[in-house]
Design a protein around this ligand. Structure first.
Ligand code: URA
Length: 432
């Protein structure tokens, strides 16, 4: 959004000082600061100070809503109203082994709702959807807007890289927050996620807000606050928005790592796969369908009858991937065995996520490459019995010198005990 000279009546120090003094920022201050920062008229050090003041002093609902609108207005908005079917999208706040987008997008498309998923690459321990899909030989993440629209019409689902045009203010601000200790501010997280999803133009949105050791939000109260804020922002913008709070104290499924997670997703599409991945995929699919106004299809039927798998294959082919090609595997493996016989009562999501990352599945800096075959496979889930000396985890990497640091991150990351195990609910709450 370009402001007229008359509107440009603020300066950065005034806006920073106002937030430092716990004042509410006015609409015009917010519009000005986002626009001026995007254009380079507000310097990074000034925006850092403002982000820190927001982290410490918070924002009112009106301010967050205006901040989100200003970030949307900094770039383009997509429009899917010309499609022949309704649209729904999902956003996860990020978890270990969270491959749900892969079976979910084709499944929802197989139920008659188009899924435009603009995704990112992973940074840190949770892994990015594009990194996972890029392990499929030939698969291409970059699509033009026209290609995306054509694929949505013909196949019904697209997972591709978000272009630079959506919410450029967020792109700049997110990179700044990453290096200034201001990522954790709920108003900034909520506006960052929602500005991109609203600009993307989806009609309905389901948010998977993860809670637990492997998630951004470690406790339910903060996760709920984030979910409430994002749901309110979506509704303000006319997007049908619902959030599920889901457990991320233990990783999802049985694999973390790019090609390993693609293989597990294909198992789910083939009607098998780990029960928790199937449960969450179906729960999110049902919410997406409801949000899009489709209540006469059961997604479980579309998994069972193979139609979700058909869409997956078309979706991969449409982006030049070969759904029949063998997936890459790591050159080296190392098996961790169970220390005693008993029940696996804990497998910590952060420990597994860090191990997968250290094995080469994730990156430390944006420009780092990832290994397609690297990652962790666990052979039991919490609640399963294991026998002393039997394989508990298998580590995969192309570079065996990585095993030591990966093993260090798994130390203390699991418990095998002779005790009763109480399972946790995967879906903790629904907000909407
Ligand atoms: N993901 C985002 O897109 N933005 C945040 O601020 C945090 C997670």
């Amino acid at each position: 959004m370009r402001l007229s000279a008359q509107q440009a009546r603020h300066d950065a120090v005034e806006v920073i000082t106002a937030k430092r003094e716990r004042q509410e920022l006015s609409d015009s201050q917010i519009d000005w600061v986002i626009d001026a920062y995007t254009r380079g008229d507000v310097a990074d050090e000034q925006m850092s100070a403002l982000a820190m003041a927001i982290l410490l002093n918070g924002m009112e609902r009106r301010e967050i809503s205006r901040w989100t609108s200003a970030m949307i207005a900094s770039g383009e908005r997509m429009d899917f109203s010309g499609l022949s079917r309704p649209t729904a999208d999902k956003h996860s706040t990020g978890g270990v082994g969270d491959k749900i987008t892969l079976p979910l997008a084709p499944l929802v498309a197989a139920c008659g709702v188009a899924v435009p998923q603009l995704s990112g690459r992973g940074l840190g321990h949770t892994g990015g959807t594009l990194d996972k899909l890029e392990s499929i030989p030939g698969w291409r993440a970059a699509l033009s807007n026209d290609e995306m629209m054509a694929q949505l019409e013909s196949v019904g689902a697209v997972i591709c890289a978000a272009g630079d045009g959506l919410a450029p203010a967020d792109k700049k601000l997110y990179a700044l927050r990453d290096v200034t200790g201001t990522v954790e501010a709920i108003p900034l997280i909520a506006s960052s996620i929602m500005s991109k999803k609203i600009a993307e133009g989806t009609g309905a949105l389901v948010l998977d807000v993860k809670v637990g050791t492997g998630a951004f939000m470690k406790d339910v109260a903060r996760a709920r606050e984030l979910a409430d804020t994002m749901v309110a922002l979506g509704k303000d913008a006319g997007v049908h928005t619902v959030a599920l709070l889901t457990d991320m104290s233990t990783p999802l499924g049985l694999t973390a790592g790019n090609a390993l997670e693609v293989a597990e997703s294909v198992e789910v599409l083939a009607g098998g796969g780990p029960a928790d991945v199937v449960e969450l995929t179906l729960a999110l699919a049902r919410e997406m369908l409801l949000g899009a106004g489709v209540d006469d299809v059961d997604p479980a039927d579309r998994l069972a009858d193979g139609s979700a798998m058909d869409v997956w294959r078309e979706m991969v082919r449409a982006q030049d991937g070969d759904p029949d090609a063998a997936l890459p595997t790591a050159r080296e493996t190392h098996v961790v065995t169970a220390p005693s016989s008993g029940v696996l009562t804990r497998l910590d999501a952060m420990a597994v996520g860090l191990a997968a990352w250290r094995l080469g599945a994730g990156r430390a800096r944006k420009e780092d490459p990832v290994q397609a075959g690297a990652g962790v496979v666990w052979h039991a889930r919490p609640g399963d019995r294991v026998a002393e000396g039997a394989p508990l985890l298998t580590l995969h990497t192309d570079e065996p010198e990585r095993f030591e640091r990966a093993l260090a991150s798994l130390e203390g990351g699991y418990d095998v005990e002779e005790t009763a195990y109480t399972p946790r609910d995967l879906v903790i709450d629904r907000i909407g």
